[in-house]
Ligand binder design. Structure first.
Ligand code: 26V
Length: 836
């Protein structure tokens, strides 16, 4: 394999529309209108929003399907092109129609196609349910990647599962979270393109037999994976990408004789069993129940996707030997980490390759991104379960491990502890069960492993993966996350987009680094005023939404202080609440003093089994009830929890935020991507020196003319190394409470029942741990956080200075586009030849 052939391989195709495409556009517009009109005429429900949505989606899908065919033909012609396959259990896509119309430029056609009496386009768009097939940051990142794949013209496929129920719907009853199934497919999805020609068998269980020296897996259960495509439109290009999602179906129809005997349930039991694989998206920290189903889901994704890539490769090239050179298989976290074992099985058992060649191909193809340093979040599977479901894969894992540990022992002779630490098998010391370590499998099989921010990637090789980094230092790299500016600025914030277009031109959509041009203009008073006007309009829109949803009146002139993300102890929503309570107490102690009015807004879901996170949601509601109804407080402080956080809700909240809360304990948030979306929309950040906050602050300073070391971010709290040192010395949170009267008063109020109708027990499970272990150091960071919030108030009291700071934040965000992120993956991961 030559280096040039690989380097050429993953290079994005031209992303600008060809001249011929322009001349076709008139026909395309007419076709589009006709398609929409026909689809609408075929409906039985007149011109309802639902009908209009469906009709416009069908027209868009048809146009995109044509583009899909042209893209595939072009890629197949570019012999030697390396395709990227992004395997992910989660794609948090949100709504599709607004994005599609922006991408294909058919807004006007839709306005023309909607008949008299139909709802306005805005209302039609809001009728689309979110495709919430992801939990949070990891899934949304995958969705942003698809947008960049398409917009950069990268030959690529996203592979996922077609969950019937995505992220649960969050309802709030008496201040408590109640989960309901998400029924996003209730009315079908006009976007889906079932590919009935693409069906692959996927097995589970059974035995392994020897046939003339060749191992062969004979599964006990077999399902069929059916491909259902979602076409991802590119912006500024006619190229598209594909999200291919697998639907499991029974391999056999109902058992007819059984049915005829009247035993209906048992006649179709295997149908039910197959379809159950697609029932739900598992929340990230789920309970042990359903673990087997989860492992089956992961294998379904891996097996069907790899068979699909192999089939395409064989169709185009005729032989399997060049697979590794021409296919990148990327693992989004360890959820698809069974891929190397399955690829080895397919190459060894189905295609008859020898071990060495199969392993070379596998490691050329596979790469892996780690998304968390939390040791408890690193996936492992009990060997017993693994063996029962995937006996041939366990054999292969053992053989990979045997060869790997030989290499380790050769390089670190006598260091048995090292071999035990890096082994793919956790031998289950202290009576624990033996388990397969999926991160180890992913690392050993990959030619590149990356973290998602500079800090995270450094900590990854210094902590959880230190041993592997000693073995293969070149394998570990950083690729800092990003977000797509199309969804998160152009579509979410039309007002700010127009202001940017006027100020620096419209090139930022395809080249976000152009935002830096705003740096030199951030101090212009007129621009600052125009920015504040746009922000106020966005805040008014959110205030209207809050009034409609919750019946709470908030003042759009108050500082909108926002924390929206999954509820997790390490993200420290509780620290935010402690500040709110401190502020409330200070206000009622001195109501006539000057207070910068604030509206503190929360949104986020707690995993259904996560007690502490659910208690935080309840506490927010209890505090909100007391604060919002206290006449001494009035507009000085309001607290709002917006239920059922989602991509589309984020698109309303983010443009309206003044202050972005990114306050995780240093060293715990791998990157964060919400932090980037806020800053892009002109919110200032209050944050710890964690994840991508660090690079964001550096980006903002780089566009700042003042090089006096003053940060454009409100940074507070302990650094990662300080957190580690304090913990090593024996952290005692009580010392911080004893020293800080304000903190003590806050905790006393919560435990004294001030917010819980006098019930002192309600929040014991939240507050007690703060005084005992406080693993996320809320007590240690509280004073610095409250001080920092005072500097926020002071700046907000100076609108000109605030606007300048916000504009500088936007100017510093040029680096954080997924276009840049994907460019780095292409250069450093997907085009890189595997050097073993
Ligand atoms: C999962 C779990 C499960 C067990 C309990 C603790 C725990 C903690 C975290 C997680 C999240 C797992 C993976 C994940 O979603 N990571 C997120 O990935 C984003 C995209 O790279 C990144 O921006 C977020 O910082 C990171 O948390």
């Amino acid at each position: 394999m030559t280096k040039t052939s690989t380097a050429r391989a993953a290079a994005p195709a031209s992303s600008r529309p060809a001249a011929a495409a322009k001349s076709r556009s008139h026909d395309a517009a007419a076709d589009f209108r006709q398609l929409a009109a026909r689809a609408l005429a075929q409906r039985s429900d007149g011109h309802s929003a639902e009908a209009c949505l469906n009709a416009v989606a069908i027209a868009s899908r048809t146009l995109l399907a044509d583009r899909w065919a042209l893209t595939q033909q072009a890629d197949a012609r570019r012999k030697g092109v390396r395709r990227v396959h992004y395997l992910s259990m989660e794609f948090l896509m949100g709504r599709a129609l607004g994005n599609a119309l922006a991408a294909i430029g058919m807004h006007e056609q839709v306005e023309a196609a909607l008949p008299e009496g139909a709802p306005a386009l805005g209302e039609v768009l809001e009728h689309e349910p979110d495709a919430a097939l992801g939990n949070g940051g990891l899934g949304r990142l995958a969705a942003c990647f698809l947008d960049s794949f398409a917009s950069l013209g990268l030959p690529s496929f996203g592979y996922g599962l077609r969950y019937k129920h995505g992220m649960f719907a969050q309802h709030i009853q008496d201040g408590r979270q109640v989960e309901q199934p998400d029924e996003w497919l209730r009315h079908g999805s006009a976007w889906e393109l079932p590919r009935h020609e693409l069906r692959y068998p996927v097995g589970f269980g059974g035995t392994v037999v020897n046939e003339g020296g060749q191992r062969r897996w004979v599964p006990a259960q077999a399902v069929v994976a059916q491909a259902v495509d979602f076409i991802v439109p590119g912006h500024g290009t006619e190229r598209v990408s594909t999200l291919r999602q697998w639907q499991a179906e029974a391999a056999r129809p109902i058992d007819f004789p059984t049915f005829c005997r009247g035993e209906f349930a048992s006649a179709g039991a295997h149908l039910q069993e197959a379809e159950a694989l697609n029932w739900v998206l598992y929340p990230d920290d789920s309970t042990p129940a359903g673990r087997e189903l989860r492992l089956k889901q992961e294998f379904l994704l891996v097996s069907a996707s790899l068979q699909d890539t192999l089939a395409r490769h064989l169709r185009e090239f005729g032989d399997v030997h060049s697979y590794g050179r021409l296919n990148a298989v990327h693992l989004n976290d360890t959820h698809p980490a069974m891929a190397p074992a399955e690829l080895m099985r397919l190459l060894l058992d189905e295609h008859g390759l020898g071990w060495d060649e199969a392993w070379k191909i596998t490691s050329q193809a596979v790469s892996y991104t780690n998304h968390t340093l939390m040791p408890e979040a690193l996936e492992t599977w009990p060997v017993s379960l693994f063996e029962a479901l995937l006996p041939r894969h366990l054999e292969i894992v053992y053989e990979i491990n045997r060869r790997f540990l030989d290499e380790v022992r050769a390089r670190f002779p006598g260091d048995d502890a090292m071999a035990a630490r890096v082994s793919l098998i956790d031998e289950g010391a202290h009576g624990g069960e033996r388990r397969v370590r999926m991160a180890a499998l992913a690392i050993v099989a990959s030619h590149k492993v990356n973290g998602v921010s500079a800090l995270h990637s450094r900590l990854m090789v210094e902590t959880i993966f230190a041993d592997y980094a000693k073995l293969w230092p070149q394998r570990f790299i950083n690729v800092t996350n990003g977000v797509t500016p199309r969804r998160w600025l152009e579509q979410a914030n039309p007002g700010l987009s127009a202001l940017l277009d006027k100020t620096i031109g419209d090139g930022w959509r395809a080249d976000l680094s152009q935002l830096s041009e705003l740096g030199a203009k951030a101090g212009q008073k007129r621009l600052g005023q125009e920015f504040m006007k746009v922000k106020l309009a966005n805040k008014q829109r959110l205030a209207d939404h809050i009034r409609r949803e919750l019946g709470i009146n908030v003042d759009p002139h108050s500082l909108f202080d926002v924390q929206i993300k999954r509820i997790h102890e390490y993200k420290r929503q509780l620290l935010n609440v402690l500040h709110v309570v401190a502020r409330y107490q200070a206000i009622i102690a001195n109501p006539s003093a000057h207070w910068t009015p604030r509206t503190v807004i929360f949104a986020g879901k707690a995993a259904s089994a996560y007690r502490a996170a659910k208690l935080v949601i309840q506490l927010i509601h209890d505090v909100a009830r007391v604060v919002n109804s206290d006449p001494r407080v009035g507009d000085k402080l309001k607290v709002v929890f917006l239920p059922n956080y989602s991509v589309s809700l984020a698109q309303i909240i983010l443009p309206a935020a003044d202050l972005s809360e990114q306050i995780s304990t240093a060293g715990t948030e791998a990157s964060g991507t919400g932090n980037m979306k806020f800053a892009l929309n002109g919110a200032c950040t209050i944050g710890t020196w964690d994840g991508a906050n660090i690079e964001m602050a550096e980006g903002m300073d780089a566009v700042s003319p003042r090089k006096d070391g003053a940060s454009n971010m409100f940074v507070f709290g302990l650094l990662t190394e300080e957190v580690a040192r304090i913990k090593a010395l024996g952290y005692d949170p009580r010392l911080y409470v004893e020293e800080n009267r304000q903190l003590k008063a806050v905790l006393d109020a919560i435990t004294g029942g001030v917010f819980s109708w006098g019930d002192p027990d309600r929040y014991r499970a939240l507050v007690q741990p703060l005084l005992q272990h406080d693993p996320y150091l809320l007590m240690a960071d509280f004073a610095a956080y409250v001080e920092c919030q005072k500097t926020v108030d002071a700046l907000y009291d100076e609108p000109t200075a605030w606007a300048e700071r916000a504009l500088r934040n936007i100017a510093g965000m040029g680096f954080f586009s997924t276009d840049r992120t994907i460019g780095e993956y292409v250069q450093q991961v997907w085009a890189a030849p595997a050097k073993r």
